[in-house]
Design a binder for this molecule. Structure first.
Ligand SMILES: *[C@@H]1O[C@H](CO)[C@@H](O)[C@H](O)[C@H]1NC(C)=O
Ligand SMILES: *[C@@H]1O[C@H](CO)[C@@H](O)[C@H](O)[C@H]1NC(C)=O
Ligand SMILES: *[C@@H]1O[C@H](CO)[C@@H](O)[C@H](O)[C@H]1NC(C)=O
Ligand SMILES: *[C@@H]1O[C@H](CO)[C@@H](O)[C@H](O)[C@H]1NC(C)=O
Length: 433
């Protein structure tokens, strides 16, 4: 009533207009605040666009529980992906597993469990993988006792077919009444592979490092890029107009690896698994794509910690190439405060982002770096990353243990059409180029 009365008063006409203006202004302001608050930059907004982060409240989730995941960073990533894909096959969500912070794999008590979400961003994982696979927290389980054990076999008699039959059995409706299926057995996800490379790639793409670790990887990458720039008197570098390109080389030449790879060469009757430092330096010197770069070319040598005390790895590279390792970069402190797993995760990131990557096709670490890089290229619309011996590719990768043209290493890209990860990750000279 009061409002109507007011409306008829002459001077209030102005008042109403004024109120409307204020309202419109406030609505616009709130829209701006919402946009900047929730999507502070465009990459975050594209990341979460089209993804429903929370599952529908009515869906009663069922879970898959798995034992602690072990071994090297990339074996753990593969085992984690298998756990996710097993859960997908059983129409369940994976209960967030523990990874292992240390590399000991003989002594169970030294495995140092570390929660998945201490390394990878939990919310981003589910946002990016929404509709494909999903990780849940243990607090989502309603009835802890409503579970059934699925004992996985091991050893020679436990074949890939038996493993698959068992999973098919547990996918049936009979098991639907159990809220949780708990997989037991010795490292069940290290062995059997039932999925195409493209499924693994989808899971790996959702693994984003938590901010703290990601920041440290950024720090290492900027130190590498700054290394070639001019140095000021106080030791810091001048800002460079463009980020300086760098080559990352994953050099497996430490004692343990040399013993392991020689044995493998004998067993498989091949000679292209082990590469000496001399072979690596020679092949890198002959990479055609590097000849177009203005020297100095920064080489980041990703090596086992035991090699950091051996300064000779920094010698013997072609003139104009500037090799650096963690020690020479002055980043050992960044790495030293972390356990093995996180150190490896930082190195993985540094190799992933390098302009050129050179690794060993028999190494799981190198293979997954190339998978990540191939995926990055495909996402930008490139289909052939081998092209013209890698010379025309934006982020080429190479295998130094295989001989390519001109005495260089062989260009390397992941074939996403392979029917199993075995083909490309567990020791292979299959580099698709
Ligand atoms: C998978 O599980 C969801 C919810 O738990 C259910 O709605 C759906 O019917 C299941 N699908 C199959 C193929 O069992
Ligand atoms: C939990 O599950 C067990 C086994 O299925 C069942 O016996 C028990 O009644 C359930 N508890 C509740 C509170 O639903
Ligand atoms: C190993 O390979 C070489 C040539 O590739 C062949 O001549 C030799 O017979 C092979 N040895 C065995 C034991 O298979
Ligand atoms: C790659 O680049 C070279 C020159 O750098 C050119 O001759 C060649 O045609 C290019 N190849 C492709 C596939 O674009």
């Amino acid at each position: 009533m009061d409002f109507l009365k007011l409306k008829h008063m002459k001077f209030c006409k102005f008042h109403v207009n004024y109120l409307v203006s204020i309202c419109v202004f406030l609505i616009i302001l709130s829209l701006i605040i919402r946009t900047t608050l929730f999507f502070p930059n465009s990459s975050a907004s594209t990341l979460f666009k089209n993804y429903e982060i929370e599952p529908s409240k009515n869906a009663r989730l069922k879970f898959l529980e798995v034992p602690q995941i072990v071994w090297g960073l990339n074996n753990q990533k593969i085992a984690f992906a298998r756990a996710c894909l097993t859960a997908r096959m059983l129409n369940r969500t994976l209960l967030m597993p523990s990874l292992s912070a240390s590399l000991f794999y003989k002594e169970i008590d030294q495995l140092q469990p570390i929660s998945f979400d201490k390394v990878f961003d939990f919310a981003k994982f589910n946002a990016l993988c929404n509709g494909f696979v999903r990780v849940s927290r243990y607090s989502d389980v309603r009835n802890q006792t409503n579970l059934i054990n699925l004992q996985k076999g091991s050893g020679r008699k436990w074949t890939i077919e038996r493993d698959l039959d068992q999973l098919n059995e547990f996918s049936k409706r009979d098991y639907e009444e159990y809220e949780t299926v708990r997989i037991t057995g010795k490292n069940p996800f290290l062995w059997h592979d039932h999925w195409p490379v493209s499924d693994y790639a989808k899971v790996f793409e959702c693994l984003v490092l938590v901010d703290e670790i990601s920041r440290q990887a950024n720090e290492v990458v900027s130190k590498i890029r700054a290394f070639g720039g001019e140095t000021k008197r106080d030791g810091s570098s001048y800002p460079t107009p463009k980020p300086t390109p760098y080559v990352a080389i994953h050099m497996r030449i430490e004692k343990d690896w040399m013993i392991h790879c020689k044995k493998r060469e004998q067993r498989s009757n091949v000679t292209n698994i082990c590469s000496s430092k001399e072979e690596i330096t020679t092949r890198v010197a002959n990479i055609r794509a590097l000849k177009a770069l203005k020297p100095p070319t920064i080489l980041y040598l990703a090596v086992a910690n035991e090699l950091l005390d051996d300064d000779s790895i920094l010698n013997g590279w072609k003139q104009g190439m500037l090799p650096v390792d963690k020690k020479r970069l002055g980043v050992t402190a960044v790495y030293d405060k972390h356990p093995y797993l996180i150190q490896a995760a930082i190195d993985y990131e540094v190799c992933l982002r390098a302009n050129v990557f050179v690794g060993n096709s028999y190494s799981t670490f190198s293979s997954l770096v190339v998978l990540g890089r191939s995926q990055k290229l495909i996402n930008t619309g490139v289909t052939d990353t081998c092209g013209a011996n890698g010379a025309n590719v934006t982020w080429p990768s190479y295998a130094y243990n295989l001989k390519g043209e001109d005495g260089g290493p062989r260009p390397w890209m992941t074939n996403f059409k392979d029917s199993s990860l075995q083909e490309i990750s567990y020791g292979s000279s299959n580099v698709s180029c």
